[in-house]
Each structure stands twice: as C-alpha cells, then as structure tokens.
Design a protein around this ligand. Structure first.
Ligand code: R5P
Length: 313
C-alpha cells in the first residue's frame, strides 16, 4: 500500500499514515509561476495499491486540480489501483439543479475524478448520500458519527440524559436521528430553516420541545456559520438550557470564526479535521477539533485487504 498526500490536509495525511504504520509516498506537488499544478511522484508505484488523500476544501479549485493531476501521474506510473480519499468532498452542495440554467457541479467533479483515472473513492459524510451514485466507480461514504458521539459523551459525561439532538434543517433529520439513537434515544428537534439566498439562512420555526435541555446541533457542514448561530439563538429563545454544535466539515469561510466567537447562544463548536484547521480556528477558544484519522486509516486498511468497510459501522 502507498499513501500519497496532496497539499490540502497534510496533517491528517500524516496522522492516517502513522496510524497505519506507513510513511507518505515521496512526491513533489507544486505550482509553476503561472499557477499551473505540477506533480512528480518520486518513488516507484508500479503495481501498487495507492491511496491519494486530498480534501477539495479552500482553495477548492486548486486542491481539486492537485487531486486530478496526482491521479493522472499515478495512473501513468502504472499504479495497479488508485483510491481517491476525500475526507471532505467539496462541490457536494451543488448536487441538483437549484434553478433554471444552473449546473450539477457535484456530478461534474465526480466525472473529473473518474476520468483522471481513480478506481475507487473513499469519503466522509457526503452532503447527500445519493452523490455516491454520481460516481460510476465504487464509492465508500464513511460516517463520522461515532467519533462525534464519543466526543459528546466525553463533553457531557453524566448529563447525556439531558441532551436533545437538533437537526438544523429538514435535510439533516436522518443524520440527527441516528445520533439521537446512539446517545440512548434522546429527544430530537428540527429547525425549520429557509435559505433566501446562498450563505444566508433564516429560522422559521422549531419543531419539538427543547425547554431546559442541552441542545446538540448536528450538521455535515458549517460554512458561514449562519445556520448554527441563528439556530442557537432560536433554541435559546425557546428555553434551551445550552446549545453546542457538532459538525463533520468545518468549512468556516469568510468571517465564520468571528461570527461563532461572538454568538452568545452558541456555547461550543466541535468539527473534525476533514478540513485542516486554520490558525484562527485553532486559536478560537470556542472551537474544538476531533480527528477522523483512525476512521480513515481503518477504512483504508480494509479496502487494501479487501475486507468489509460497511461493518465499520
Ligand atoms: C446545508 O444543507 C448544510 O447541511 C449546512 O447546513 C450548510 O452548508 C451550512 O452553511 P452555513 O454555515 O453557511 O449556514
């Protein structure tokens, strides 16, 4: 097995490799003066089972090109099997025609990864499970829910019984219900969210009783932070005892960290390291990062050994 890392999340790649007791494959991935990406694999990969770890997080297009060009280099170097490991699959939110004359970019990105030469894909908490069907190659979608459950149990220790899991929108109900069940069938509430335009969200209503409960907002992505901050305010105004958010992918674009820092209703935000934490995230006392290195390492080990991945859950 070989593990090649792109530049988007070297910390996580190193951690995955060290859990597996492997080193990272020697490679140079750099930019030419005009911004074009250049990749040179500096060790023999002929006949190898290669895993390319790269999140297509910001800068999304550069990181995507790095992934595609790395796959192309590996394929031309006769790797026997190439698995694109995307801890965070960017463009996933563009998974349908949201209006007339708009693209389905998630499908286009899936096509690009396949055309570049990937044989399989491994990713985590796809925005919508159906995106697996955009790939015509085997795609494993891992769930970070166990890692998140463990952190919730650690943070709430004896007060898990007072929790209420809250889905920040109708689309996240299945995910939230799964977490509520794992925590011992704690109550579930749903935020009726409206998005008048991209990156702007409004809370219309809260479905369910949250009075005197410690609310856990559970989502796949935090981007501008608007969804979480607005939901936290609405939950507090309905009598919640406290509100914290647990989210798989910390996109945290623009002024999100500042917004979360200032949000009185939101006590804490926990994200995974599917996207490498920036300095401002690491410096923010309200944000905790939990690692999915062992989850990804175990899935990679199972794929390499042709073992079941679904039994991981
Ligand atoms: C939307 O369906 C996603 O699950 C997230 O709720 C959304 O992407 C969060 O975006 P923001 O943080 O910008 O409100």
């Amino acid at each position: 097995m070989k593990i090649l890392s792109g530049n988007s999340n070297r910390r996580l790649s190193n951690d995955i490799a060290s859990v597996l007791g492997e080193g990272l494959t020697e490679a140079e991935i750099k930019r030419f003066g005009d911004g074009e990406v250049f990749v040179e694999i500096q060790e023999n990969v002929r006949g190898e089972d290669v895993f390319v770890v790269q999140s297509t997080s910001t800068p999304a297009n550069d990181n995507l090109m790095e992934l595609l060009i790395s796959i192309d280099a590996l394929s031309r170097a006769s790797a026997s099997r190439i698995t694109a490991v995307l801890p965070y699959f960017g463009y996933a939110r563009q998974d349908r025609k949201a209006g007339p004359r708009t693209p389905i970019s998630a499908k286009l990105v899936a096509n690009l990864i396949t055309t570049a030469g990937a044989d399989r894909v491994l990713t985590v908490d796809l925005h919508a499970g159906q995106i697996q069907g955009f790939f015509d190659i085997p795609t494993d979608n891992l769930y970070a829910v166990k890692v998140i459950e463990d952190r919730i149990r650690k943070n709430y220790a004896d007060s898990v019984k007072n929790l209420c899991v809250v889905s920040p929108d109708v689309g996240g109900v299945v995910r939230a219900r799964a977490l509520a069940k794992r925590l011992g069938d704690v109550p579930l509430a749903i935020v009726d969210k409206r998005r008048p335009k991209a990156n702007v969200s409004e809370v219309m209503n809260i479905i369910g009783d949250v009075e005197n409960l410690d609310c856990i907002l559970f989502d796949d992505i935090v981007d501008s932070g608007g969804t979480l901050c607005n939901a936290a305010d609405a939950l507090m105004s309905r009598g919640a005892k406290s509100v914290a958010a647990y989210v798989t992918h910390g996109v945290l674009s623009g002024t999100a960290v500042e917004r979360i820092t200032k949000a009185d209703g939101l006590q804490k935000l926990v994200v995974t390291d599917s996207i490498e934490a920036t300095q401002s995230v690491l410096a923010c006392g309200k944000i905790e990062v939990v690692s999915i290195d062992s989850l990804l390492a175990e899935a990679i080990r199972r794929i390499a050994n042709e073992e079941s991945v679904s039994s991981l859950f």
